[in-house]
Design a binder for this molecule. Structure first.
Ligand code: ATP
Ligand code: ZN
Length: 304
């Protein structure tokens, strides 16, 4: 990585993503779907943007907010859990709010939960008063405790939080949960949720005042197209004219359909872009309401 690439010219946009881990591949795939491509450098920490002046920096997820704050990177793909934790911590010191969540990206979903021993009869947050809670998210936890008016000990651990009760470091924990399998394996169960998290595109709290502004906008527009398209399907079918009024409300979150007359037939051919889930059940309902020759087609690209 040359010095010039870091903190140098401001006519290229630099995005930090996780180098390896849960968010690494989906983040790269999403940016690739936005039409970005890179020439990888030999050390693979810095990827030079080829199709657009948008470069990648591959780092640890925890470093991403700090890199944005220091202006080393302009944007980052990071879990909301990490972003909010560091934002609260900075705000406490009077230096925040430092970050903006520009888009939720629809992957890396998890919750930040309080988990208690599975033998406990959970009666609500006041039960935590006076206990020790182990967590890697002390700022989010403390804010939540303050909001609830609960005084409890916050034991900050950088990893393996789920074994803290077994080791006698804490009675309960506050940790990321997705399936709950890790909790169950440690005789814990989720009690209450502090934060719903997923991967987000993060940026500084202020807008860019140079060429990066236009690049960021271009990226956000493409991102909106990709995110919208990911859950969208083109639904095509035929129907008798009289059945159409009953069919239209059954289309899942559809844009106004294109309606075409069939040659030598009284029937119509319809196609509608649906943003809601096109389930088997919904297709069967449409069929019962008179749709024929139903076809569900994936959408490759879309530009509003
Ligand atoms: P790094 O080496 O980059 O510091 P890490 O071990 O901190 O990696 P990962 O375990 O890859 O990070 O998790 C990255 C993000 O994935 C988390 O911050 C969170 O937003 C999200 N995530 C989704 N599900 C889970 C889960 N079950 N446990 C932990 N993180 C999860
Ligand atoms: Zn990490």
């Amino acid at each position: 990585m040359s010095k010039q690439n870091i903190g140098g010219g401001r006519d290229r946009l630099r995005i930090a993503i996780q180098k390896s881990g849960r968010l690494a591949e989906p983040a790269r795939a999403l940016l690739t779907a936005c039409g970005l491509s890179w020439r990888e450098s030999r050390d693979r920490l810095f990827c030079y943007g080829e199709s657009l002046p948008i470069d990648l920096l591959l780092v640890r997820d925890d470093d991403i907010p700090g890199l944005i704050r220091d202006g080393v990177c302009d944007l980052g793909v990071v879990g909301r859990n990490v972003l909010v934790e560091q934002d609260i911590a900075l705000t406490r010191t009077g230096a925040g709010p430092a970050f903006a969540e520009l888009r939720a990206l629809g992957f890396g979903a998890c919750r930040l939960d309080i988990a208690v021993p599975d033998t406990w009869d959970w009666q609500g947050p006041p039960q935590l008063a006076g206990l020790r809670i182990a967590t890697s998210y002390p700022a989010i936890l403390q804010r939540w405790l303050d909001d609830q008016g609960i005084e409890a000990g916050v034991v900050e651990l950088s990893g393996s939080v789920e074994i803290a009760p077994k080791l006698g470091q804490a009675e309960v924990i506050c940790d990321l949960v997705s399936s709950g399998a890790t909790l169950a394996a440690n005789q814990l169960r989720p009690a209450t949720t502090l934060l719903q998290s997923e991967a987000v595109l993060a940026g500084p709290a202020h807008a860019f005042d140079d060429a990066r502004g236009a690049l960021a906008e271009l990226l956000l527009r493409r991102l909106d197209g990709v995110l919208r398209m990911r859950n969208s399907k083109l639904l095509m079918f035929q129907a008798a004219r009289d059945d159409v009024p009953a069919l239209l409300p059954l289309l899942p979150d559809a844009e106004s359909p294109t309606v075409m007359r069939l040659d030598g037939d009284d029937g119509l051919a319809l196609q509608a872009l649906c943003h809601g889930a096109v389930t088997w059940q919904r297709l069967e309902e449409l069929k019962r309401a008179g749709a024929r020759g139903l076809m569900v087609v994936p959408v490759e690209g879309m530009l509003a």
